[in-house]
Ligand binder design. Structure first.
Ligand SMILES: [Zn+2]
Length: 406
């Protein structure tokens, strides 16, 4: 079992669909391969064997590894720099589609029947990540898969899945002072109430089109002169930007007697010519003041990273979601996605804790170059350990380690 999981993981970690085939060839020629030395795989299983076995493995069995890494980061103080408003951890929730086909499907596919008679099978997943303003890294937490029972509309199913996630993990994260970030889909009363009941804080995108009552109140408050507004000039490179903040506390989220009262803020960025470069608004349960409104908006804006850094990287930067193992009948598809996210998390972890890895990543121009090199090196050479491989790369690139790290 260990060989099977490690083998599938190695493909995502090296980002090479052919990694196992190359290592088999190497083993036959030299009696040893990187599968053994780098991944401690004793015997490389066939793709069919991996597929058959992993199809029966529920992805939740891998979740403790995510928790282990979170605890490791926390224990070593790496999370201290990952704090936003009121020293809160910021966890961004976002759904992303990780599989879509008109033919291939399994028991756990969500199904959409189109008007023209065609059918699409798909899998989507919520990928929670810890983000923080001004940091490029996002730390992946346990994913939650959207199941066919979650709802027929995209929004319903994503919210149902997000609710499941916050209920499951409240015990773990609430005590650590956590603010949940999400897009406009999440800024509805039932979800906000659930977050508050569980003890989470929130900063959620709040669009005018979906919050007509709240914006009526914003206008009303403005008309009687009670809306807080201030403007600052910010130097962005050589250009000056005009940042206008507007905010008000305790506005009803919707048009009902039992409406939840929320705090609202908005940032508009203009260039010196007055042209709007950026505009976004958020609701939050944190009381907004002149002192903290910029921090709240900065925390809220950190959410974009889940799309840019996380989901985009997983989809386009070499983490071949799905790979050639195929889809399976039961869990294969979701187990592979989980292993893939785990590979991404461990790459992030290595940038924190492994000086050699960080030096190499910083020295090579792109993520792609780094993995192209690893793919080529592991195809032709057998390294005794990760450390040996990184030493070899550092030497070849003539990079000196700082004295205390040698
Ligand atoms: Zn499926």
């Amino acid at each position: 079992m260990e060989d099977i999981v490690l083998s599938a993981f190695s493909v995502f970690f090296i980002q090479s669909p052919s990694f196992l085939a190359y290592q088999k060839t190497m083993k036959n020629a030299n009696g040893m391969s990187n599968a053994e030395t780098l991944f401690t795989i004793e015997k490389i299983p066939s793709d069919n064997h991996i597929r058959d076995i992993l199809d029966n493995v529920h992805p939740e069995l891998l979740f403790p590894v995510f928790d282990m890494i979170f605890e490791m980061l926390k224990k070593n103080g790496y999370l201290n720099s990952f704090r936003g408003i009121n020293r809160n951890l910021l966890i961004a929730l976002d759904g992303t589609q990780c599989f879509s086909s008109e033919k291939i499907h399994c028991k756990n596919c969500s199904v959409t029947h189109h008007r023209d008679g065609t059918t699409t099978y798909h899998h989507s997943v919520i990928t929670p990540v810890i983000v923080t303003p001004g940091k490029k890294h996002a730390i992946s937490l346990c994913p939650e898969f959207i199941t066919p029972q979650d709802g027929h509309e995209k929004q319903d199913s994503e919210i149902a899945t997000a609710k499941r996630w916050i209920c499951k993990y409240a015990g773990k994260y609430v005590a650590k002072q956590t603010t949940i970030l999400g897009d406009d889909l999440y800024s509805r009363q039932p979800f906000c109430e659930e977050l508050l009941e569980l003890g989470f804080h929130f900063i959620l995108v709040c669009k005018q089109t979906s919050h007509k009552t709240l914006y009526k109140w914003v206008n009303l408050v403005e008309s009687i002169g009670n809306l807080h507004v201030f403007t600052i000039k910010v130097l962005n490179g050589r250009k000056t930007e005009i940042h206008t903040y507007r905010y008000a506390n305790k506005l009803p989220i919707r048009d009902t007697d039992d409406a939840l009262m929320v705090n609202w803020c908005e940032l508009t960025i203009r260039n010196e010519g007055g042209e709007i470069l950026y505009k976004n608004a958020f609701i939050t349960d944190h009381i907004i003041t002149a002192e903290n409104v910029t921090s709240i908006v900065r925390s809220g804006r950190a959410r974009w990273k889940i799309e840019n850094e996380n989901n985009n990287t997983l989809k386009t930067k070499g983490y071949n979601l799905e790979h050639n193992y195929g889809h399976g009948d039961d869990h294969l598809s979701t187990v592979l996605v989980t292993l893939n996210i785990l590979a991404f998390l461990i790459h992030t972890l290595m940038e924190f804790i492994d000086e050699k890895y960080r030096l190499l990543r910083d020295s090579l121009p792109t993520r792609k170059t780094f993995f192209d090199d690893i793919r080529a090196l592991t195809r032709y050479m057998c390294f005794g350990s990760w450390d040996d491989m990184m030493d070899f790369m550092l030497k070849g690139l003539e990079i000196e380690m700082p004295p205390n790290q040698r």
